[in-house]
Design a protein around this ligand. Structure first.
Ligand code: FAD
Ligand code: FES
Length: 258
């Protein structure tokens, strides 16, 4: 059952859903597959994937943060408190946050911040030192900063138009502060160009860099190959993996962006 569907800005919404099952079984990095049409309607046929943004265990409430892109997300934005959300999940694999380092750098671009928020919360709860670097086109994610402040996580915001935080790209910020983040495990999620730049930045460094991929999906359960990603294997080889079944988190250094 939907408890709220708050409009954060023109296209950005946060939906809170009551679900003891998700709250007891979901972990960082996982997502849900949502039917984005009324009960008796099958169009659009394919469910839409959304990362789990937050889990509030004591209230049995979890939330998703979503950007309205097309028909499915438009439908979601029109749902109200009391409506029932038809979803399947948790899907995908849990991210193990027990990395070598006690320091975690989260790098999010646009709606890529959504799954990273839960990582920030859980890693913060494990007493890890978490820093969140987030980049946006403009200030349409401003309301999200309040959520981040609730977690008491150190962070930097960059916007391309300079309307909020520092003006610039989050990848430039990471490059300019590369020494400060030397002993950090890194999790990133965002547009391909951002991920490609980060791959270059971290090519010859020792950080463990994990990318959460939000490729387009179809079946969402490993059957159709609609979400395949190409990964480097050894020096010259490569293999294919399915984002929905094998991911959504992968070692960024292994991802081949064609
Ligand atoms: C594992 C995973 C986690 C995700 N988590 C979130 C999340 O937390 N919040 C969120 O807002 N979105 C998330 N997404 C993306 C979200 O699933 C899509 O935005 C959504 O399916 C769009 O559906 P639609 O019907 O509104 O748009 P459509 O009508 O299907 O498409 C509208 C436009 O958006 C483009 N588009 C659709 N899906 C994607 C995509 N995955 N990446 C880039 N462009 C796309 C289409 O090419 C088209 O131009 C995630 C995707 C994956 C695979
Ligand atoms: S979406 Fe069908 S295999 Fe991943």
């Amino acid at each position: 059952e939907i408890l709220s569907n708050e409009k954060y800005s023109d296209n950005l919404y946060r939906m809170e859903i009551f679900s003891p099952y998700i709250c007891n079984n979901a972990a960082a990095g996982q997502f849900i597959n949502v039917k984005c049409s009324p009960e008796s309607v099958l169009d659009p046929l394919l469910r839409r994937p959304f990362g789990i943004f937050n889990i509030e265990k004591k209230f049995n409430v979890f939330s998703i943060l979503y950007w309205v892109k097309g028909r499915g997300t438009k439908f979601l934005s029109e749902l109200k408190r009391g409506d029932i959300l038809d979803f399947a999940g948790p899907m995908g694999n849990e991210i193990d946050l027990n990395g070598d380092e006690n320091n975690i750098l989260l790098i999010g671009g646009g709606i890529g911040i959504a799954p990273l928020y839960l990582i920030a919360k859980l890693a913060g709860g494990m007493k890890k030192n978490v820093f969140f670097a987030a980049g946006f086109k403009d200030n349409s994610y401003l309301r999200w900063e309040k959520d981040l402040i609730e977690l008491k996580i150190n962070h930097a915001v960059l916007t391309e138009d300079g309307s909020w935080g520092e003006k610039g790209l989050v990848s430039d910020y990471v490059w300019n502060n590369i020494r400060s983040f030397k002993n950090f495990d890194i999790y990133c999620c965002g547009p391909r160009d951002m991920l490609k730049t980060l791959q270059n930045i971290y090519k010859d460094r020792n950080n463990k860099v994990t990318a959460l991929l939000d490729e387009r999906m179809a079946c969402g359960v490993g059957v159709c190959s609609g979400c395949v990603v190409k990964l480097r294997k050894g020096k010259r080889g490569f293999s294919y993996k399915k984002v929905c079944k094998d991911g959504p988190a992968f070692n960024l250094g292994e991802v081949i962006f064609d």
